[in-house]
Design a protein around this ligand. Structure first.
Ligand SMILES: [Zn+2]
Length: 350
């Protein structure tokens, strides 16, 4: 859990102002429902909004309980009271966050809710159960959750987030108040990061907002993951070798060399490869630089697209195997360096 308490103050929610006003309205008018469903594209802040909102309500509850005048506007997360601290160190008896284990929310996680509800909270007030990516629940988990939603308890609020609402049981959906989330507009993201990282050029900000597709966490990941540095390394070392020597086994290209040189195993590293492959493919097919994600290095993309012996079909296969590889990293606990070796050897033997 993030130890920077300021991160959970609702004033730090980027975008989603309407949604926040709506939630505050429910709370201050005493009309909090027992089930809320936040739906919208993946990674745009649904879970963060749920956590920050719940933690702020609980902070107010605690301060009211301690006679410190909580519960009245502005709703905020002080980061110092016992409620906020218990949230930050994961021991809260008023807020439980359930996440998918592997690719799905499983029945065992739903059973955790039962034990959580059996605990006596440290002080009177609301209790929140956030189920992240609830649309990944399997049937038994969804049915167990449905039973809980059908027997609402006083001041107990379930917040479900779903990037694929269509996968949820209609009976679960019908028990919830729905709240839609949209990707955060490019200008809003650029503005936030401009004040936080004044050294970044307008060009880089523009490039990152395009790549992060409305996701605050993706944008932050690009900055912290040094996306541009990694990309330049990939382009100048890996892609040069991969494309120049592809199908030229005589020169002894060893996939293991590439894998070692790349020295990366995280999902984000392969997403980076995917973005570049995607651009090479698009350029090969449509010859239009305006459509590239990596528009700033269009000259290099063009060179790969036109000079390499690879056909668009070859590149299409490379894209497919990269997508497969990313899915594997997401869903299994695999040995990442072995997986990375086999990924590159697969690419070279297509
Ligand atoms: Zn607090």
């Amino acid at each position: 859990m993030d130890s920077d308490y300021k991160n959970y103050d609702i004033s730090n929610i980027v975008g989603h102002k309407k949604q926040l006003e709506f939630l505050k309205g429910l709370f201050f008018s005493g009309r909090m429902p027992s089930g809320l469903l936040f739906y919208g594209q993946k990674n745009i802040g649904k879970r963060f909004t749920a956590a920050a909102f719940a933690a702020s309500v609980l902070c107010g509850d605690y301060r009211a309980f301690a006679g410190e005048g909580g519960g009245s506007p502005p709703l905020n997360f002080c980061g110092k009271c016992p409620s906020c601290l218990s949230f930050l160190n994961g021991s809260s008896r008023s807020l439980l966050i359930i996440e998918p284990s592997g690719s799905a929310v499983k029945i065992e996680s739903i059973h955790k809710i039962d034990s959580f509800l059996g605990l006596t909270p440290a002080y009177p007030g609301y209790r929140f159960i956030i189920i992240d990516e609830a649309s990944s629940m399997n049937a038994s988990a969804a049915n167990a959750l449905l039973k809980m939603l059908e027997e609402p308890r006083e001041k107990t609020v379930f917040i479900l987030t779903a990037s694929n609402g269509g996968m949820l049981l209609p009976t679960v959906v019908s028990r919830c108040l729905l709240l839609g989330f949209s990707p955060i507009p490019d200008e809003v993201l650029s503005e936030v990061f401009k004040s936080e990282f004044p050294a970044l050029s307008g060009e880089t900000l523009k490039f990152y907002s395009k790549l992060s597709r409305g996701s605050y966490s993706a944008f932050r990941g690009l900055i912290e993951g040094k996306y541009l540095e990694k990309r330049d390394f990939l382009i100048d070392i890996i892609f040069k070798e991969l494309f120049a020597e592809y199908k030229n086994k005589a020169c002894g290209r060893n996939p293991y060399d590439i894998s070692v040189k790349f020295n990366a195993a995280e999902k984000e590293d392969f997403e980076l490869i995917l973005f570049i492959l995607r651009d090479i493919y698009i350029y090969k097919m449509l010859k239009n630089e305006k459509l590239l994600y990596n528009e700033d290095i269009a000259d290099k993309i063009r060179k790969f697209a036109l000079d390499s012996p690879l056909s668009s079909k070859d590149i299409g296969h490379m894209i497919e195997s990269t997508v497969d590889h990313i899915e594997k990293i997401n869903s299994y606990n695999l040995n990442k360096s072995i997986a990375s070796d086999s990924y590159f050897s697969g690419l070279l033997s297509l």
